[in-house]
Each structure stands twice: as structure tokens, then as C-alpha cells.
Ligand binder design. Structure first.
Ligand code: KG4
Ligand code: ZN
Length: 314
């Protein structure tokens, strides 16, 4: 069964064809993020306008190459104008082609991105760590369709912390890859960051304090000192975000000893330092992230996979 997945929740227009919820036959991602490089974030109207331009071109190409059996689109959450573009295109195509249409929650798309091009069998229960620009959530999944939210961020998302931190450091948007790149040669212990939520007995996160601590470090430096210390600041800030993420994950693993696998999904799952830290603290669980980096950030393939796993296979 070939499902066309449509993802337009932020600045990407991504359409993919996925066979039986796993085999990715096509995954086209057209991003307008270069328009927002210097802004530190997305202008919603501008992103939607670009999606309106891109989507007919991509649809045309896909329908030339594939015959599809169903359509899945991101229903929420996301930028309203952007979601509307994907939803409208999906409804029109499904009605013209007379094929089933599935509405998928963006978070479930990220959780199910783990199935894309996956050759291993996943063993449940799974702790899914969903970390992106819009959300930071810990999900306990007892099977593909049953999940419980254990914790989430109380303010900024982890990706947002990377993006806002990058802006404070004068780096481009999206900030996560920029910080990760320059952090490689920096010292992670050069600048002190206090880990948030130490006294709070929950699996929730808070990243806004780390961002403010970074702001204070930046303000205390002259322009020349900042240039010299940029890589050290990036490395220390990255370590603080990732340690905060890992600390709560370890807390979950200690309480829920039945967990077999840890999945890290969403844009921040592309962060190599976070992957390493998770493997170090996995307490014997298998640690997985999407099989390709493009399946970490927003993509249509994960939406198609999620529709298959949750609606069709079920
Ligand atoms: O999942 P995604 O594409 O979009 C949302 O649903 O938000 O995630 C984008 C986020 C951005 O905040 C970006 O800075 C972050 O993922 N990101 C990274 C890395 N690559 C992307 N954060 C840290 N390290 C990376 N290598
Ligand atoms: Zn996302």
C-alpha cells in the first residue's frame, strides 16, 4: 500500500510516498528556511505563501511517478496558514482520486518516523523522546497506538532553546545545527550553566532559564571576548540543554524498568552530542533515532508512516 504523506506545519513543504508504513519510495522536502536565516524564526505568512507555490509543483511530479492508494496530511499543531495549504491540497487530491484520506497529528508523525526504512523489529514498551522546535515531550508507548505523556516542557521547546540561543550568539536560523557545528571545537565546561528543575519531582522540562543564563554570559563579554569564546559558549550551552534532556530520561528509566527501547525523534534528534549522551545513559535499553537525518526534521514520510501504522495496519 502506497501512501502519500503531506507535511506543511512550519516552513517545509514535504511530500513523500511510503510503502506499507516503512519503505520510503520518495521524500521531497522543499524548505523556505533560507528566507528566515537572519531573523531567528519564521514569518508565518511568508512560509505559507512559499508552500502555496511549491505544493502544486511537487504534487505534479509525484503523481507522474507513482500511483497512490491513500493520502495522509498533518492536521495539527503548526502554523495555521501552512497547515491550511497541506490540508486543502490533501482534501482536493483525495476527492479527485477517490482514495482514503487520513489526518495525522504532527507529534505522532515524529514518533512514527522511527519506522522509516527500519529493518529491525521494534520492541515495546518504548520511551519516545520527541524534541523539536515546537515540542519537547516524553511519551511512554506500550504499543504502536497506545501512548501516555509522562512529561513535557513548561516553556521553550529544546529546539527553540537552540534557535534562541543561536540568535543570542549571532548565529543563523535554524540554530541547532549552527550551535552543534561550532560546539565541536569548544570546551563544554568553559561556562557554567545551572541545570533547571532540580527540585521539581516531575518529568517536565524548562529551557527558558538556560537561555537567560546564556544571555547573561554573552552580556558579560566584550565583542572581542565573545568572538574568542563563541565555540566554548556554544559547547557549554549545548551540554546544558542535552544534560537537562538526559537527566529526566534517566529518571523515567529508573521508574519504568519495563522500557525496552528509547527513541529520540524530531529535529533535535539530529544532535550527535545528545545521541552519544543517551547511549551512555541508556540503562541497557536499545537507543534508536530515525535511520536518516532528514527523517528527524519535518518530512512527509513520517506522516505517511503514522497513518499506516495507526489507522491501516491496526
Ligand atoms: O522537527 P523539526 O524539523 O520542526 C519542528 O517540528 O519544530 O525541528 C526543527 C528544530 C529546530 O529548532 C532546529 O534548530 C533543531 O530542530 N535542530 C537541531 C539540530 N538540527 C535541527 N538542534 C540541535 N542539533 C541539531 N543538529
Ligand atoms: Zn516537527
Amino acid at each position: 500500500m502506497k501512501i502519500l504523506g503531506i507535511e506543511t506545519s512550519c516552513d517545509e513543504t514535504s511530500l513523500a510516498v511510503v510503502e506499507n508504513g516503512t519503505n520510503v519510495l520518495q521524500n521531497i522536502i522543499s524548505s523556505s528556511s533560507e528566507l528566515f536565516t537572519d531573523l531567528g524564526g519564521v514569518i508565518p505568512e511568508e512560509a505559507a505563501r512559499k508552500q502555496l507555490e511549491h505544493i502544486p509543483v511537487i504534487i505534479h511530479k509525484i503523481l507522474q511517478d507513482f500511483s497512490i492508494d491513500a493520502i495522509a496530511y498533518t492536521k495539527e499543531p503548526g502554523l495555521q496558514g501552512s497547515l491550511l495549504v497541506g490540508r486543502t491540497a490533501a482534501h482536493i487530491m483525495a476527492s479527485i482520486l477517490k482514495i482514503p484520506l487520513y489526518a495525522v497529528h504532527h507529534t505522532n508523525g515524529h514518533l512514527d518516523s522511527i519506522f522509516l526504512d527500519q529493518t529491525d523489529t521494534i520492541t515495546f514498551p518504548v520511551l519516545s523522546v520527541s524534541v523539536s522546535g515546537g515540542h519537547t515531550e516524553l511519551w511512554l508507548r506500550t504499543d504502536v497506538c497506545t501512548q501516555e505523556l509522562l512529561g513535557k516542557t513548561r516553556d521553550d521547546a529544546a529546539g527553540e532553546a537552540y534557535d534562541k540561543g543561536a540568535q543570542l550568539l549571532g548565529l543563523a536560523y535554524p540554530g541547532g545545527p549552527e550551535i552543534a557545528k561550532i560546539a565541536k571545537t569548544g570546551s563544554a565546561n568553559a561556562f557554567a550553566f545551572t541545570l533547571p528543575m532540580q527540585q521539581v519531582d516531575s518529568y517536565d522540562y524548562s529551557f527558558s532559564g538556560l537561555k537567560n543564563a546564556l544571555r547573561l554570559h554573552v552580556q558579560a563579554l566584550s565583542k572581542t571576548e565573545l568572538a574568542v569564546n563563541l565555540k566554548h559558549l556554544a559547547a557549554s550551552y549545548q551540554q546544558a540543554i542535552n544534560n537537562h534532556l538526559v537527566q529526566k530520561i534517566v529518571k523515567v528509566l529508573t521508574k519504568y524498568s519495563q522500557i525496552q527501547e528509547i527513541h529520540i525523534v524530531g529535529g533535535v534528534a539530529a544532535n550527535l552530542d545528545l545521541r552519544e549522551k543517551l547511549v551512555q545513559h541508556s540503562q541497557g535499553c536499545i537507543v534508536r533515532w530515525p535511520t536518516k537525518k532528514v527523517y528527524c526534521t519535518d518530512n512527509g514520510a513520517m506522516i505517511a508512516a503514522s497513518a499506516y501504522k495507526r489507522f491501516i495496519a491496526k
